[in-house]
Design a binder for this molecule. Structure first.
Ligand code: NAG
Ligand code: NAG
Ligand code: NAG
Ligand code: NAG
Ligand code: NAG
Length: 392
């Protein structure tokens, strides 16, 4: 596992050197020079696209400035490939239209597509998602909902110091990317806002998430299929649904999740701590070589959970079992309090029992008493202090 840390840190170093040591002069593009207005009312989508086109066709490294103020943006697609590396420095706030239907069925609000060597830094993203959540709760024919900031097919990406508030759907999405650093990102939405994942990672390799604060209505971090070499440290989660590998195994053809580390994390009042979740359906997918280490749980409902029986609305899975093979999962030094009597739940697939599960130095209490654990279809080893006793 130390290998993952060092590979990812090596990648970070490469990105940092690449970004900072370039000798060529930087071309600068200020969105206000293209007609953007910081009044929160004027639609600055067109001016932002013009600034992007200039930066993207610049033969030199380019920096786009978004000064202080509120810039109203509709769904916007920053498309590559670009000629050189691009840095977007945001001092102000990007705001979505008040009417949630304006983002329509695009599925995204701010999208970076096929852009390599990209840095996005600073600023607030205010998606004004409340109207959309109400539609989801009470309305009919709601649009699919927009993810606030999405990176599709981006290699060598640094996202730092961004605060996303009230996203309609997920806050930050990393999809089909390689060599990514997310640093000091904050995602904030009410605990009851539906499907507002903090950071969603999918089909990506070499992603590092450091120092992020995630207080939202769905998973703090959700990890989907075909994610490899993901390193997460120094995060704060809660409210939210925890760090979740899954849901996996909805489809038969899946590529699996391998090499994920979550370390030095604090979970406070979240529904889950560290979770692995799969549908009770046949699948070729797997989860292997996972490390959860040095974690504090404060009043978390399910601090440690593997749930391979996910079958929402009992549709498409009753009577079936999960094909996802889970192996090599280590839980080391996890301390704190559970908000429910059962702090540890291992509900593995009867057809592919969890293998190589290691637990060491766990101490989870409930109401100042020892919590309980349940184990189904699981094999592994224990070591050190274990409170509650683990039913391996
Ligand atoms: C997972 O990590 C191991 C050890 O560092 C490495 O050999 C393997 O290639 C990694 N898996 C993937 C899919 O990158
Ligand atoms: C961008 O333009 C605005 C308005 O002219 C100005 O206030 C701001 O300082 C500029 N920012 C940079 C980094 O040049
Ligand atoms: C577990 O944690 C509780 C609360 O911090 C503490 O009182 C108890 O001594 C710990 N148990 C072990 C075995 O370390
Ligand atoms: C929890 O238990 C410890 C030791 O058993 C005791 O000192 C402490 O007062 C208890 N706390 C609460 C909130 O009951
Ligand atoms: C068991 O835990 C102790 C510390 O609590 C550690 O030194 C030792 O290496 C562990 N053994 C295994 C097999 O992991």
């Amino acid at each position: 596992m130390a290998a993952i840390v060092s590979i990812n840190l090596y990648i970070l170093l490469c990105i940092t050197l690449f970004v900072s040591s370039h000798a060529t002069p930087t071309s600068k593009y200020n969105v206000t020079a293209f007609g953007a207005k910081p009044d929160g009312k004027f639609d600055s989508t067109g001016p932002f696209i013009k600034a992007w086109q200039s930066a993207c066709t610049s033969p030199n490294p380019a920096t786009i400035y978004v000064p202080k103020g509120r810039f109203l943006l509709n769904a916007i697609n920053f498309r590559g490939p670009c000629k050189s590396q691009i840095t977007v420095l945001i001092a102000g706030t990007l705001v979505a239209p008040q009417d949630y239907r304006a983002l329509g069925n695009s599925g995204f609000w701010i999208l970076f597509n096929h852009v390599d060597n990209l840095v996005v830094s600073g600023g607030y993203l205010d998606a004004k998602g409340a109207g959309f959540w109400d539609c989801r709760r009470y309305g009919k024919s709601c649009p699919v909902g927009a993810r606030s900031i999405t990176f599709n097919s981006v290699n060598n990406l640094v996202v730092s110091g961004i605060t996303s508030i009230n996203s309609q759907h997920s806050h930050v999405v990393i999809n089909t990317c390689n060599n990514v650093l997310l640093k000091n990102v904050r995602a904030i939405a009410p605990a009851k806002s539906p499907n507002t994942d903090g950071i969603h990672v999918e089909r990506s390799n070499g992603v590092t998430i450091i120092g992020c604060t995630l207080q939202t209505g769905d998973d703090c971090i959700s990890i989907a299929d075909a994610t490899f070499n993901l390193f997460i440290s120094h995060i704060k989660c809660g409210p939210g649904h925890g760090v979740s590998i899954g849901s996996l195994g909805k489809e038969m053809e899946e590529k699996g999740v391998e090499n994920v580390t979550v370390t030095n994390a604090i979970f406070t009042g979240s529904d889950n701590g560290v979770r692995i979740k799969s549908w009770a359906r046949p699948s070729k997918g797997f989860v292997r070589n996972i490390l959860f280490q040095n974690i504090i749980m404060n009043n978390v409902e399910n601090p440690i959970i593997i749930d391979q029986n996910y079958c929402p609305h009992k549709l498409g899975c009753p009577g079936q079992t999960s094909g996802i093979k889970i192996s090599g999962v280590t839980y080391n030094n996890i301390q704190g309090t559970s908000a429910t009597p059962e702090a540890i739940t291992f509900d593995c697939s009867p057809s592919y029992p969890c293998e190589g599960i290691k637990l060491q130095d766990i101490n989870l209490t409930y109401n100042n008493e020892t919590a309980t654990s349940t184990c189904k279809n699981i094999g592994g080893t224990i070591n050190g202090t274990l409170v509650p006793e683990i039913c391996l």
